[in-house]
Design a protein around this ligand. Structure first.
Ligand code: ZN
Length: 183
């Protein structure tokens, strides 16, 4: 299972959100996404997110800063834990580009067209989440992506992941026979 986190950080009036202009991986290159990243061994999702926000945006947050709002997964080989927070400059410092990937505040009503898949619906969801009274433990639950197909070679015993977060996964192998999944 590949594990990721993203964080949707708003300004206090919920009119702006922090986004990062991606240079990698290839399928995200030249698109905006929310900051976040890959969960490393031994990390929890929230610890990963705190680390990524400091690395990418110079923003210092704690476990209490972030609210968990849901999980995107195909239930087989990846998931993304999604968090949201309200920026408090006194506590978190100011957003600053800290790597070769530029981070900026973007107007929620003027989101660029070059965005990574999911941003278009995650943003209004996260905004609603705050507008509806910040109900603890409310989340969109698990949002399932069906990008798994059963293997034609082993009669459906195994499965192949044809997409990895929206991008065709050409290296995907059947989990049982290790073939391509197609006859
Ligand atoms: Zn197979």
């Amino acid at each position: 299972m590949k594990k990721y986190t993203i964080g949707i950080l708003f300004n206090e009036s919920l009119t702006q959100v922090v986004m990062i202009y991606k240079n990698r991986p290839d399928w995200q290159k030249d698109n905006f996404n929310f900051p976040g990243g890959h969960i490393e061994n031994g990390e929890t999702s929230i610890v990963c997110l705190i680390r990524e926000f400091e690395e990418e945006c110079a923003i210092k947050t704690t476990i209490d800063t972030w609210k968990y709002i849901g999980k995107i997964t195909n239930n087989k080989n990846y998931y993304v834990d999604v968090f949201t927070a309200i920026h408090n400059p006194k506590e978190h410092g100011f957003v600053k580009t800290n790597t070769d990937e530029v981070v900026i505040w973007i107007d929620c009503n003027n989101i660029p067209e070059n965005i990574v898949t999911n941003v278009s619906w995650l943003l209004p969801f996260a905004k609603d989440w705050w507008n509806q009274g910040n109900v603890e433990n409310l989340s969109f639950g698990t949002f399932n992506y069906n990008n798994i197909e059963n293997c034609e070679n082993c009669n459906g015993e195994g499965y192949t992941n044809f997409y990895d977060q929206g991008e065709p996964d050409l290296d995907s192998k059947c989990t049982v026979c290790n073939g391509t999944g197609k006859k």
